[in-house]
Design a protein around this ligand. Structure first.
Ligand SMILES: Nc1nc2c(ncn2[C@@H]2O[C@H](COP(=O)(O)OP(=O)(O)OP(=O)(O)O)[C@@H](O)[C@H]2O)c(=O)[nH]1
Ligand SMILES: [Mg+2]
Ligand SMILES: [Zn+2]
Length: 349
């Protein structure tokens, strides 16, 4: 397996939350292959760290935000600023993420990152062989969408569902702004796949109880396109939070209101991470096999395709394609699948 050459001038840069869309646009012109699990392997020593032997893991702190050399943690009922030592900072954000459980020493230096039970990750837009974590140890990842303003982007939903599923968290789709549009039929396809869909409005208050019930006592992350109302939802769930939210009309060139991820404690064991909005989500460590596993609705059709290794792209007598034509399978989902398969085969070349 050979890595494709990096783009000119990309080496020294590193992506911070707010620049990712721009960097992604720049990097998308070149297809590069994501090298599997290199970073996770590099971190494995931390998981087997002898320093963890005999440590009271319940005493670990929780990372609530991360900046280049420091992070803020909750520990024993207090918020503390900790130093992120260079060996962790060198792999910043892939090494340490919001939601991580960490140990720190008397000088408030992070000494170990505990094993993660789930991650939500994406490839670095400039160095796709680097895995960047959006958050760690999340139970539920809620993909917040709106159907009207901003418009629904099914392909982004499909990509989030793949990333969520691969990272080990449970997916949830939250359709905000139902005061503007009550039609949830475009989301029915996801319900049929077993993903819960909750409609809500931070303006009218509808659906907030259902959302509260879905996240209660868990650690969740709100992810999705900029302007769908992720921060507004957090404010609506807990009015003490007062997180800055953005006016769609004043944001002009699509600047994001939230620029870095932060974990908020809503009490009663409910923790929610607010994340910066994104336009594109690259997929970490995707292979044709894992891609096919991400579209289980094609499995039944695949039994009836002429070729038993049918990719449902160009083969004749493909039952999946015929079901899409007949409206029995979602065309939007099929289109996402084709795009991702084509991306993978470009990367292989
Ligand atoms: N009509 C309507 N507008 C809403 C609703 N919820 C949020 N908004 C508005 O949508 C805009 C964007 O809200 P934010 O909460 O900043 O969106 P965000 O998803 O956090 O955006 P980023 O931080 O940029 O990712 C603001 O002008 C909110 O007032 C809603 O339920 N209905
Ligand atoms: Mg926000
Ligand atoms: Zn087929």
């Amino acid at each position: 397996m050979s890595l494709r050459k990096r783009g000119r001038g990309t080496r020294a840069k590193s992506a911070r939350g707010e620049e990712w869309d721009e960097l992604h646009d720049e990097a998308a012109r070149e297809r590069r292959r994501a090298r599997p699990s290199e970073q996770i392997d590099a971190l494995r020593h931390l998981f087997d760290d002898p320093a963890l032997a005999g440590v009271d893991l319940a005493a670990a702190a929780v990372v609530i935000s991360v900046t280049s050399a420091r992070c803020r943690v909750f520990h024993d009922g207090r918020e503390l600023d900790c130093i992120v030592p260079p060996e962790i900072a060198a792999r910043q954000k892939s090494a340490l993420a919001v939601g991580d459980r960490v140990l720190f020493d008397d000088a408030l230096r992070i000494s170990a990152i505990l094993p993660r039970r789930s991650v939500l990750s994406r490839p670095d837009p400039l160095n796709p062989h680097l895995q960047r974590l959006i958050a760690a140890n999340i139970d539920v990842v809620a993909n917040v969408v709106s159907t009207k303003s901003p418009p629904l982007r099914p392909r982004l939903i499909d990509r989030f569902l793949i990333a969520i599923q691969r990272g080990g968290a449970a997916p949830l789709i939250v359709v905000n702004k139902i005061d503007l549009d009550r039609d949830l039929t475009p989301l029915r396809v996801y319900e049929e796949l077993g993903v819960p869909v909750i409609g809500c409005s931070t303006k009218s208050g509808e659906g907030l109880d259902a959302l509260r019930a879905a996240v209660s006592g868990k650690t969740s992350a709100l992810v999705g396109h900029s302007g769908v109302g992720k921060s507004s939802i957090l404010n609506a769930l807990d009015e003490r939070l007062q997180i800055a939210t953005g006016d769609l009309h004043r944001r002009g060139t699509g600047r994001h209101t939230t620029t870095s991820s932060t974990l908020h404690d809503l009490g009663g064991g409910t923790l929610i991470v607010d994340t910066p909005g994104i336009r594109e989500l690259g997929l970490w460590d995707l292979t044709p096999r894992t891609l096919r596993e991400s579209f289980p609705e094609f499995d039944e059709a695949a039994e009836l395709c002429r070729f038993n290794d049918c990719t449902h792209l160009h083969e004749p007598a493909c039952e999946a394609k015929q079901r899409v034509e007949r409206g029995e399978l979602s065309r939007a989902r099929y289109d996402t699948y084709v795009r991702l398969m084509e991306d993978l085969s470009c990367e292989k070349r």
